[in-house]
Write a protein that binds this ligand. Structure first.
Ligand code: F6R
Ligand code: ZN
Length: 187
């Protein structure tokens, strides 16, 4: 049986207390994601394979909703900012909300039909991710980017589509600012 409880979310560290699960993605686990493969190998080797992001869950299988945080480190690979893998949800009726707590970033979204949109990630903005839009978070700042996400427990993740063909746009630093450019490797 489930009981109500308050869950503390630290908006700076992203810690969730109590939490039910967590994982960490090291940069080396994001091989193939960045445009510049040589720069990727260099940052992994010389940077000691830094943590790119961590995800902390509050998830009860018996309940249809869940939430948690994503904590993204700042960093770049060949001018491209650290980012998440990006995914569609397996369930075609499942959207998601991303409420940014601290830091700054860009949420890159792409519909199944190939339409691209971005939503600014900054404290106080809750991004609505509709069903059937792939979503990738990008830390464009110099601090941690921390956001709370909430979605259906059984939304599921389709990572394969984005892993195989990439997303249509890249977010890179140009003149000290984020710029959205075409992905030359988009298949
Ligand atoms: C869940 C969700 C987030 C991401 C997390 C890491 O549906 O969108 O919790 O899973 O931000 O991103 P990915 O999963 O794309 O590596
Ligand atoms: Zn999602």
């Amino acid at each position: 049986m489930l009981f109500p409880e308050g869950v503390a979310i630290d908006g700076i560290s992203g810690e969730v207390t109590p939490s039910t699960d967590r994982y960490t993605k090291k940069l080396s686990e994001l091989s193939g994601l960045f445009h510049d493969a040589a720069a990727f190998d260099k940052v992994v080797a010389e940077g000691g394979d830094p943590i790119a992001y961590e995800v902390v869950d509050y998830r009860k299988q018996e309940c249809d909703i869940c939430f948690g945080t994503t904590i993204m480190m700042p960093g770049q690979v060949g001018g491209e900012y650290f980012m998440t893998r990006g995914h569609f949800h397996e369930r075609k009726d499942c959207g998601e909300g991303y409420y940014t707590q601290s830091g700054e970033g860009l949420l890159l979204l792409e519909s199944r039909e190939g339409e691209v949109r971005t939503v600014e990630m900054k404290p106080g903005i809750c991004a609505f991710i509709p069903p059937e839009w792939a979503h990738r978070s990008i830390n464009t700042g110099s601090e941690k980017l921390v956001f709370v996400w909430f979605c259906a427990t059984d939304a599921g993740h389709d990572y394969g589509t984005i892993r195989e063909r990439g997303m249509r746009k890249l977010v890179v630093e140009r003149d000290g600012r984020p710029a959205i450019i075409d992905n030359p490797n988009f298949a």
